[in-house]
Write a protein that binds this ligand. Structure first.
Ligand code: AFP
Length: 283
């Protein structure tokens, strides 16, 4: 596992350099979800593929930007599902973006995730790594190396609200729930980038990030293997919760296709229990 995590640190510096120097235009190609790919999406994907090619512990790579599974080492132990540059559409307006890594052992499903990590490319490069039975650890890039900063713990209740999805396509129930949080004094914090939004809520003590099912996207937008499950693991390790619209743990997801999406809610305990009550899924 150490080789994998050290490789992620190396990848972070390379992608950060590409963000700062490379062409921000669109490439000729689309990803497997039919979205236009930025040249940076393609380049970040190549950086990751090259970096893991020599990591013997890595059996397979599955990228959000590509269809199918890339086998690297048949004797390898882990399959890494990753989103090379999440929020890439925000780079040209100079907002923070990120990379997300889910490290699975065996069949690709929530319960088989053994570790996850994400990188935030913002004013500074920050990295969060979560492994079993430990609080997620925050690292910051200082003079070309990642320095340990702190273990992350969430409070019982927060103040921040990051509501995703096109509001006109929200269910009435969801609209009432989100409005209730604002009437309770929650502050709006939504950048359109899942990584910096979830990072902020976790580091600032708590709150709620939501990307529900909507009339235009009944299964939500965010991908289970690359985005949702890796963050669900981190939020649970930090003492928060991560559930779907039925109040079911996102760590219990079993995708039938690598690019399956899921409605998702990430937050501290108070907000998730309030969501379950609002959605009528509270035990
Ligand atoms: P891009 O990678 O296409 O910029 O999408 C970012 C993202 O996957 C995630 O980071 C955001 O939370 C979400 O989509 C934003 O979606 P909306 O634009 O529908 O709010």
């Amino acid at each position: 596992m150490n080789t994998v995590l050290e490789t992620i640190k190396k990848i972070a510096f390379e992608i950060d350099e590409a963000i700062k120097t490379e062409d921000l235009g669109y490439s000729e190609s689309e990803n497997s979800s039919g979205e236009d790919q930025l040249k940076l999406d393609v380049q970040s994907d190549l950086i990751i593929e090259k970096a893991f090619a020599s990591a013997e512990a890595v059996k397979n790579l599955v990228s959000e930007e590509k269809e199918g599974v890339l086998e690297l080492n048949s004797d390898g132990k882990y399959t890494i599902c990753y989103d090379p540059l999440d929020g890439s559409s925000l780079v040209d307006v100079n907002l923070s973006v990120g990379s997300i890594f889910g490290i699975y052992e065996g069949e690709l499903k929530g319960e088989n995730l053994v570790s996850s990590a994400y990188v935030v490319y913002g004013p500074r490069i920050e990295l969060v790594i979560a492994t079993k039975d430990k609080k997620p650890a925050l690292y910051r890039a200082v003079d070309g190396i990642f320095k340990f900063i702190e273990d992350i713990s969430m409070n019982e209740k927060g103040k921040l609200n990051a509501p995703g999805g096109t509001q006109q396509n929200w269910s009435l129930n969801h609209k009432i729930f989100i409005d209730t949080l604002f009437t309770e004094g929650y502050r709006l914090r939504y950048s359109g980038g899942m990584v910096p939004d979830l990072h902020q809520i976790m580091l600032k003590g708590g709150g709620l990030f939501s990307y529900p099912g909507t009339t235009d996207k009944p299964d939500g937008k965010l991908r289970q293997l690359f985005e949702v499950i890796p963050f669900a693991f981190i939020y649970e390790q930090a003492g928060g919760q991560a559930v779907d619209h039925k109040g079911k743990r996102l760590m219990e997801l079993v995708p039938s296709h690598p690019h399956d999406t899921s409605p998702c809610f990430f937050g501290s305990n108070y907000e998730i229990e309030a969501m379950k009550k609002a959605y009528g899924t509270k035990d």
